[in-house]
Design a protein. Structure first.
Length: 295
């Protein structure tokens, strides 16, 4: 503890991460994450497997600059892997913690963790990515509060998108089919039954099944629309100010928080129309980094 305090006093300009946040980042940075079958190949002709192996080794050895370059090379090759995205986020977060931060490092760390969480099917990796993302966004919120800017970093998705994302598209479709069968069975029983008790039960079943069919069908369509059309990105700049469709900064507009997740609504040249909570505006594509989606 004395060493840490001395370090902060000796470097007053260095960003101070919360103690819990430091512990989370350090703990996750020391975890060796590897994929089965990854092995180093000829360095003269690096493959994705060899790049991943060298990036993981560099990150474990504390050579964060080299690790970042390696994981970015993987991303440039179009490799979409949750572990690689997670390790890329860790590398950027480690550079911030080491006091060698470059502009955009927090946003790029958040993008890596968001992408890892979206791509992964492993609940443990999803939990680790969520914990790391919380640390990064807490740091962004603290910096914005010190600058007198709104501290909200993640306003969340729309209600419909949040609700449809609770279950997979196939699950919603199955519920829709099951509700339709139940409703049809209720109507059939009410039509054929002689006893009043059975007729009442059939009417109740049909009455309950009909709204369930409508709700589950709406969620199925919403989930399908998100899968086919939803495009999202993360803000990777601390000076991402809203612009108009001509690319001119809006007067008096507050910069969007670094590391914020936004929905891309439209693209026009080097500009993108985005939604951040209730705010719909234009941003330069240079301040955004797209999120890969699990197919």
């Amino acid at each position: 503890m004395k060493t840490n305090r001395a370090k902060h006093h000796a470097n007053p300009g260095q960003p101070r991460w919360p103690p819990i946040g430091i512990a989370v980042i350090v703990a996750m940075a020391t975890i060796s994450l590897s994929s089965p079958g990854v092995a180093a190949d000829d360095p003269a002709d690096p493959t994705p497997a060899s790049l991943f192996a060298s990036g993981t080794k560099a990150l474990g050895d504390g050579r964060v600059g080299e690790a970042i370059a390696t994981f970015e090379a993987l991303a440039d090759r179009g490799v979409e892997d949750p572990v690689a995205s997670y390790d890329r986020g860790l590398a950027y977060a480690a550079r911030v913690r080491a006091g060698a931060e470059l502009p955009g490092d927090l946003g790029r760390a958040a993008q890596g963790f968001e992408e890892a969480r979206d791509l992964s099917r492993d609940p443990h990796l999803q939990a680790d990515a969520s914990a790391a993302l919380t640390v990064v966004r807490s740091e962004v919120a603290k910096r914005r509060m010190r600058a007198g800017e709104p501290a909200e970093v993640d306003p969340g998705r729309s209600f419909a998108s949040s609700l449809s994302s609770l279950l997979a598209e196939d699950t919603w479709a199955f519920l829709c089919a099951a509700a339709a069968l139940a409703s049809a069975a209720g109507l059939f029983a009410r039509w054929l039954a002689i006893q009043s008790r059975v007729r009442i039960a059939g009417a109740v079943m049909a009455g309950v099944g009909a709204p369930l069919v409508a709700a589950s069908m709406a969620m199925t369509l919403a989930a399908r629309s998100d899968r086919l059309n939803l495009r999202e990105a993360v803000v990777i700049s601390a000076s991402a100010r809203p612009e108009d469709e001509r690319g001119l900064s809006l007067p008096g507009a507050t910069a969007l928080p670094e590391g914020a997740r936004v929905e891309i609504l439209d693209s026009r040249g080097s500009l993108r129309r985005i939604r951040f909570g209730a705010l719909v505006t234009w941003l330069s594509s240079d301040v955004l980094r797209d999120l890969a989606r699990r197919q």
